[in-house]
Structures are given as structure tokens and as C-alpha cells.
Ligand binder design. Structure first.
Ligand code: NAD
Ligand code: UDP
Length: 311
């Protein structure tokens, strides 16, 4: 199959491209390197089944003979998506529109990498796909949250109006190798801080919770979702339901890097930071026979090994 992956030089996209190539597919990676890194795809660029197109998905693009499209292009960490919020909103809305048009022309199936952020600061716990969420539409996270919500809307309207073959996956916090050390998300921050003997910065009192999924589990789930024959289009949650407070995560990371001189410090909690987050994955289990396998400790060992090598 010929498969387009937007955001293919980013954290998730680079793992996805690698897996798709290993399975014998031809992969076209589209990325503008806003947060993506050449290092993530160094191993792939020599492969003649891999093509890199440096392009911003806010501008329309033409690629022929596509069978599938994975739309992952979008800055994903709060500091990165808040740096230029209008670019982030445009990437989600105009970018998705361009990709949907491309999929329509190619008669290709298209999967949207949506997010648990569509649930905002959730009032229902854990979050099932039927929950409509609690998002502040004018807050500093809205460029991402509302952008992704609007992208989901576009996907479903293309499906209803043009019968476009869509899939929508709502991804919960994911971590692993190929994360940028400057990414700013909690797992990469805590590990890089501990390795550099800098203090671990907990925002707020650390009682907020997240559920951390290892990258390999997500990639497996996304490919299953894309290829499911049951015409199950989603949206479907993909995440690991094991829930931890941010303070527990900091303590775990410090315990796993015993030589670290770092201490834990507390900083202000950013505006609209969700207090809790945990996926209900019953639908993914039922429809795709999928559930994550990697426990947090094991995934953290692999991630710490990766950061040790690159720092
Ligand atoms: P990332 O920042 O590492 O990767 C995003 C990639 O998209 C980068 O390579 C970046 O250069 C590229 N990109 C951004 N805007 C672009 C544009 N306008 N045109 C072309 N390329 C552009 O982030 P990630 O963690 O790999 O996330 C990938 C996708 O998964 C994102 O859509 C994100 O919203 C979604 N997601 C990720 C998580 C997670 O925990 N990693 C959680 C929920 C959703
Ligand atoms: N966080 C933190 N210290 C950091 C980075 C993040 O305490 O150095 C907190 C952040 O406030 C949030 C949680 O960790 O409550 C997860 O943040 P992240 O940016 O990884 O993802 P989010 O789930 O908020 O999109």
C-alpha cells in the first residue's frame, strides 16, 4: 500500500512510519519540522520505500495513488502548541481540510490523530467516547482542544457528505523514545531534568492525574484501527488506563535514576490544566481486540535509556 503520514518526523509519526515500512508499505512522510526532527527519521530516509516531503499542511498538497492517510501533523505539547496558537488552530482545521480533500481525490482511507484533550477538564471519570467534554473555548489550551474538536467535526462531515472513509482515534498521553528532550511534556521533562541533575518541576501540587501509554501500544492500536474491516470509524480512545498522579510520576522517575541529585520543586499550575484523565478503553477492546500491554515502569526504562543516549 502507499501510505501518507503527516507529522511523520515527530515522536508518534516516526514510530508509525517505521512500522509501516517494516510491514512492506511505501510511506510518504509530510512534515514542516515545526516540532519534528530529522534525527527521528534518519534510519528511514535511505530506504527507497520512504519519501520525505517538506511541506506545511496548512497549504494544499497533491500526492497521487494513495491508499491510506494518517493525519498526525500538529504540535502536541502545551508549550509548543501555545507558542503560536493561531498556527495550531489552522493546522488542525485548514490542515485537516486539505488532507480530507486529498483523501477524497485519492479515494483513500484517512485516520485522524485526535486527542483526549477533546474531553477538556473532564467531569466524568474515566472518559468514555460518549462524553462530550468540558473545554474552555477561550482559554490558552483552546487552540489545540477546539482545533482537534473541529477536526473531528470535519472528518465526520466529510464522511456524511462524501462518504469519505474515515477513522478517528483519541490518543491519551503517550511517551517513549524519539520524544524531543525540549518537548515540554511531563515524562520527557522529568527524565531529562533528572538526568541533568536539575530539579523536577511539578506544576501545581502534583495531585492531578494522567494515564501514560507507551508508544508501541499506540502504534499497534492505530494500525489496527486504520485496517479494521468492520467499518468501525470511531471515535475510539487509545490510552493506558493505569492512572498516576504527576507527583507519583516524579517520584518514580527519581527512583529509577538513583544517581540523580535532583529534587522535586513545585511551580504554578498552568491555566485550564485538566485535574484528571483516564481513558475508558472498553470500545477499543470490543471492536479492535486491543489493549495496551506495556506497564509504566518498563516503558520508563526504555525511555530513560533513550534519553541517556541523546543527552
Ligand atoms: P510531535 O510534536 O512530536 O509531532 C508532530 C509533528 O507534526 C512534528 O513532526 C511537526 O513538525 C509536524 N507538524 C506540526 N504542524 C505541522 C504542519 N502545519 N504541517 C506539517 N507538519 C506539521 O507530537 P506527537 O506527540 O508525535 O503527536 C502526533 C499527533 O498525535 C498530533 O496530532 C497530536 O495532537 C496527537 N496526539 C499525541 C499525543 C501524545 O501524547 N503524544 C496525545 C494526543 C494526541
Ligand atoms: N507537568 C508538570 N511538570 C512539567 C510538565 C508538565 O507537572 O514539567 C504537568 C502538567 O501541568 C499536567 C501534566 O503534567 O498536569 C501532564 O502534562 P503534559 O504537558 O505532559 O500533557 P497534558 O496532559 O497536560 O497535555
Amino acid at each position: 500500500m502507499k501510505i501518507l503520514v503527516t507529522g511523520g518526523a515527530g515522536f508518534v509519526g516516526s514510530h508509525l512510519c517505521k512500522k509501516l515500512i517494516e510491514s512492506g508499505n511505501e510511506v510518504v512522510c509530510v512534515d514542516n519540522f515545526y516540532t519534528g526532527r530529522k534525527e527521528n527519521i534518519n534510519d528511514l530516509v535511505e530506504n527507497d520505500k520512504f519519501e520525505l516531503i517538506e511541506h506545511d499542511i496548512i497549504d494544499p498538497l497533491t500526492v497521487d495513488n494513495l491508499d491510506q492517510v494518517y493525519n498526525l501533523a500538529c504540535p502536541a505539547s502545551p508549550p509548543h502548541y501555545q507558542k503560536d496558537p493561531i498556527f495550531t488552530a489552522k493546522t488542525s482545521f485548514v490542515g485537516s481540510l486539505n488532507l480530507l480533500e486529498l483523501a477524497k481525490k485519492n479515494n483513500a482511507r484517512i485516520l485522524q490523530a485526535s486527542t483526549s484533550e477533546v474531553y477538556g477538564d473532564p467531569k466524568i471519570h474515566p472518559q468514555p467516547e460518549t462524553y462530550w467534554g468540558n473545554v474552555n473555548p477561550v482559554g490558552i489550551r483552546a487552540c489545540y482542544d477546539e482545533g482537534k474538536r473541529c477536526a473531528e467535526t470535519l472528518f465526520f462531515d466529510y464522511h456524511r457528505k462524501y462518504d469519505t472513509d474515515i477513522r478517528v482515534v483519541r490518543i491519551f498521553n503517550t511517551y517513549g523514545p524519539n520524544m524531543d528532550p525540549r518537548d515540554g511534556r511531563v515524562v520527557s521533562n522529568f527524565i531529562t531534568q533528572a538526568l541533568k541533575n536539575e530539579d523536577l518541576t511539578i506544576y501545581g501540587d502534583g495531585s492531578q492525574t494522567r494515564s501514560f501509554q507507551f508508544i508501541d501500544d499506540l502504534v499497534e492500536g492505530m494500525i489496527l484501527m486504520m485496517n479494521n474491516k468492520k467499518e468501525f470509524i470511531g471515535p475510539v480512545n487509545m490510552g493506558n488506563p493505569d492512572e498516576f498522579t504527576v507527583k507519583e510520576l516524579a517520584e518514580k522517575v527519581l527512583a529509577m535514576i538513583p544517581e540523580s541529585q535532583s529534587k522535586i520543586i513545585f511551580e504554578d499550575l498552568p491555566q485550564d490544566d485538566p485535574k484528571q484523565r483516564k481513558p475508558d478503553i472498553a470500545l477499543a477492546k470490543e471492536k479492535l481486540d486491543w489493549e495496551p500491554k506495556m506497564k509504566l515502569e518498563k516503558g520508563l526504562i526504555k525511555t530513560i535509556d533513550y534519553f541517556r543516549k541523546i543527552i
